[in-house]
Design a protein around this ligand. Structure first.
Ligand code: GLA
Length: 393
């Protein structure tokens, strides 16, 4: 039980509340969010839980079970905190953003328990940001979109990662049993029912190449450069969202090759999201799978954010009976693949992918069954919530 852990850490405290925010796996629409395009993630059962209680001594304290480390700050100093370049930045950053948005941060003790594996591309950071924000807000109301935007702001301005809105948005807005199609320009979303007869399985490469963060920043700059060039042809272009395949084809010969390929990935990926949603609604499983494979090829060749481990997992997966499609998910350079299977094919898939990958790379991949879970919120009756028992040990 998370409550027992809280008491072990902080002693007997009354009024402990528990907040949960899920990780996610993105089905399709990669590196489109910061280009104001479309994404289609589902939230996972894997989640970050924060137990929180008010304290009288003026400090905000936070303990991470995973890291076995604590941090503390005087509540009155939070508005001027600076990053310390470790896990605590996600909490401190959210706290600082809340203060700057005129919310009150009461002195509190927090205990963090996360089941989202760090560095897996399943969005452990957004889960930590959103659950911490809810714990720090307590009963102060905030609309869900502002919550997602504030958490993203913490990551961009405090952690220094120029991410898009997808991870925080889906962690807040996800619906059980459905994927969420997010329009990252209008910031509206719609639930997309997934067809019966499928399984979604994430497979973790267990690597996170150091190149990831700098390459992510570089891609955002390359996309900005592409927009500059395309705007010369069409002044209405504000983002790659506004760019059609036809416009890109006209412009490409006069653009540096790498920049044109980055833009082509984003433009075609946005299109694939729309086609995938249509295929999902019609129950066209083959097309869904094909679009995922095309997405991976585009991320690998045009956007160049894949790596040998991800490519190996995708190629292996596509050769296993019952697999409809596979692709990298998240930022890339390691982390997970997402695999779409016919229902019933999961057992054989898990066995084959695990043994083939460990033979090749000498490490056993973690495998996660992905069922769309609901978005963030307070966990009521957490002492009794049996379906979360393994998480709330
Ligand atoms: C990371 C970022 C997201 C998104 C993906 C790529 O997960 O946090 O905002 O850009 O990469 O699709």
């Amino acid at each position: 039980m998370i409550l027992d852990a809280f008491r072990r850490q902080y002693g007997d405290a009354g009024g402990v509340r528990v907040f949960r925010a899920p990780g996610r796996v993105n089905l399709i629409g990669e590196h489109t969010d910061y280009n104001l395009g479309f994404v289609l993630p589902i939230a996972l059962d894997l989640a970050c839980y924060v137990a929180a209680a008010d304290v009288p001594d003026g400090f905000l304290r936070v303990y991470s079970e995973e890291k076995r480390e604590s941090r503390e700050w005087r509540a009155q100093d939070i508005g001027s905190l600076e990053p310390s370049h470790d896990w605590s930045d996600y909490v401190a950053g959210v706290a600082r953003e809340l203060v700057r948005a005129d919310y009150h941060i009461a002195p509190k003790s927090l205990l963090i328990r996360s089941t989202v594996p760090e560095g897996s591309g399943l969005s452990s950071s957004a889960a930590l940001e959103v659950s911490s924000a809810l714990a720090l807000l307590g009963d102060q109301p905030m609309d869900p979109l502002s919550l997602a935007q504030l958490c993203r702001g913490a990551e961009v301005r405090f952690v220094g990662m120029p991410c898009g809105i997808m991870d925080q948005y889906v962690s807040v807005f996800a619906r059980e049993h459905a994927a969420l199609q997010i329009d990252c320009r209008s910031l509206e979303s719609q639930a997309v029912d997934l067809p019966d007869g499928i399984e979604i399985i994430a497979v973790n490469t267990m690597v996170k190449h150091a190149l990831g963060q700098s390459a992510y920043k570089q891609r955002t700059e390359e996309c900005a450069a592409a927009i500059e060039m395309l705007r010369r042809l069409d002044p209405m272009v504000r983002s790659l969202r506004d760019v059609t395949v036809a416009l890109l084809e006209t412009a490409a010969p006069s653009m540096p090759h790498a920049i044109a390929r980055r833009a082509r990935h984003v433009v075609t990926e946005n299109e694939r999201v729309g086609r995938f949603v249509g295929a999902s609604r019609r129950g066209d499983l083959e097309l869904m799978g094909r679009l995922m494979a095309e997405s991976h090829a585009s991320l690998r060749q045009d956007y160049e954010v894949s790596c040998p481990e991800l490519d190996f997992l995708v190629d292996t997966s596509l050769g296993i009976t019952g697999v409809l499609g596979a692709r990298m998910t998240g930022g890339g350079f390691g982390g997970c693949t997402v695999n779409l299977l016919r229902r019933g094919a999961g057992e054989r898939f898990r066995h084959e992918i695990s043994s083939t990958y460990s033979q090749r790379f000498g490490v056993t991949p973690q495998i996660f069954d992905c069922r769309p879970s609901g978005g963030a919120g307070e966990v009521k009756n957490f002492e009794k919530s049996s379906h979360r028992a393994p998480l709330l040990r």
